[in-house]
Design a protein around this ligand. Structure first.
Ligand SMILES: Cc1ncc(COP(=O)(O)O)c(C=O)c1O
Length: 446
């Protein structure tokens, strides 16, 4: 790998599709290690993105790298089904030990989107019902099947008219909860009303194969619903023989302070989609269900060439080992609580921070216009650019790109959190000062 490819950076706009390459900040890097990226500019960047919740064990953990090298020396490709190999079987066994309930049978694929496709196909096959219910704001991927249930941004769906026979209901949102009413009670009541309306006016529950939900809203803006909300969904599904799918692509592998959000929020789905953190960055995912469900999916009704690749499976086994040996799930809970507490103090000082929402090391920091309280995506970019200049990388989410995603590797230390949040606070303060001095005299009184 060349150490100086500056000449190629300028060619990027012609070489890569903008839909692939124009995300924020598109930082040129030459190396990653632990909680750091090393830029082509020679600078070190503290990484609070984990490659979007993927490098949970830190970048290039030596035990994961070694497992990949060893695997490459033996077997690079199956494909599973034609060839049988130890790592895929061992991985299935080890995953069933950490997954909740009877989720113990696996269809391995390569990406989160594929795991979602598998989950929906399985649910329709098993129930022989045509319809799916998903939640407004959720992100499940952008292939046509996954897109039919994805509604985090309308632009993802533009001109595509995804038609997967899908109905949508609102995600948990406590905004508008009357004074004196418990927020959990409020969102549960709304959920029950929304499903009643759906089943009375649009589709009978007997026709619904599955309800699919992100147990914690990710790309849509980092919202942690109360456990009672997910329990009510479980209850509605049970009542009508509907299968419940959890999309744990982003929430899995310790991110929430438990192995999965299902355990953190105490609700077990019938089918789960897992990916991202599973193999520390190698492409691997799985649709998971009980043996009873999976056995009803006949041979050939789903398939893959690369899914469950032997190198990715060995990387996943090493990832699980590291997560356990280094107690990284516990660290996510501890460091997540520590960071959230610090962020609440920062929020009190700066009216550009609307709210801080978190579970484990999945932390959302909402940026608003301090005068109107409205989502401020431009303000967020200003803040993230300043953080990057000062050597800290954050990512974003939310319908208007107004929520800072703080998702560091689960190996993060207190000192690194202090360092990153000090930079964030400075950037927020600078942003607020700019609003006050440059944008409008109206801000002077904020
Ligand atoms: C919750 C969720 N589901 C599905 C996906 C799609 O996963 P992939 O990009 O691996 O296809 C993502 C990706 O960000 C995600 O966050």
């Amino acid at each position: 790998m060349s150490a100086n490819w500056n000449y190629l950076v300028h060619e990027m706009p012609d070489l890569l599709a903008p839909s692939m390459a124009k995300d924020h900040p598109n930082l040129p890097v030459i190396k990653a290690e632990g909680c750091y990226y090393y830029g082509l500019d020679g600078k070190q960047y503290l990484d609070f993105t984990s490659g979007i919740a993927t490098a949970n064990t830190g970048h290039r953990h030596p035990k994961v790298v070694q497992a990949i090298k060893d695997a490459a020396d033996h077997l690079m490709h199956g494909p599973s089904g034609v060839i049988m190999y130890e790592s895929i079987l061992k991985l299935a066994k080890e995953l069933s030990d950490i997954l909740p309930g009877d989720l113990d049978c696996f269809f391995f694929a390569n990406s989160g989107t594929e795991a979602i496709e598998g989950a929906i196909k399985l649910a329709k096959h098993v129930t022989k019902r045509p319809y799916v219910v998903s939640f407004i704001g959720c992100f499940h991927g952008r292939s046509l099947g996954a897109l039919s249930v994805t509604t985090s941004k309308a632009k993802y769906r533009k001109f595509l008219q995804p038609n997967g026979l899908v109905y949508q209901v609102p995600y948990a949102n406590a905004k508008g909860c009357p004074d004196g009413m418990d927020a959990e009670e409020y969102v549960v009541e709304k959920l029950v009303n929304d499903f009643e309306t759906l089943f009375n006016h649009q589709v009978t529950p007997e026709e619904v194969a599955c309800v699919i939900v992100e147990p914690v809203l990710g790309e849509g803006g980092y919202i942690v619903p109360p456990s009672g909300w997910l329990k009510k969904i479980r209850e509605i599904c049970n009542q009508h023989g509907i299968l419940l799918i959890f999309d744990e692509v982003q929430t899995g592998f310790g991110r929430t302070g438990e192995w999965f959000a299902a355990q953190a929020l105490d609700v077990t789905p019938d089918i789960m989609a897992i990916a991202k953190g599973i193999a520390s960055g190698l492409p691997l995912s799985a649709t998971v269900a009980s043996k009873e469900l999976m056995k009803q999916w006949p041979l050939g009704s789903h398939g893959t060439t690369f899914g469950g690749n032997p190198i990715a499976c060995e990387a996943a086994l090493a990832t699980l080992k590291v997560l356990k040996e280094e107690k990284l799930v516990e660290n996510a809970k501890k460091m997540g609580a520590y960071a959230a507490e610090k962020l609440k103090h920062i929020q009190e000082k700066y009216p550009v921070i609307g709210s801080v929402r978190s579970i484990g090391l999945m932390i959302g920091i909402e940026i608003v216009d301090p005068l109107t309280g409205k989502a401020d995506g431009n303000g967020l970019i200003n803040i993230l650019d300043k953080c990057l200049e000062k050597g800290v990388l954050f990512y974003l989410c939310g319908n208007s790109g107004e929520v800072i995603r703080m998702i560091p590797p689960l190996t993060i230390t207190k000192e690194q959190i202090d360092q990153g949040l000090a930079v964030l606070e400075t950037a927020v303060a600078e942003h607020l000062n700019e609003l006050k001095s440059e944008l409008s005299v109206q801000y002077q009184n904020v």
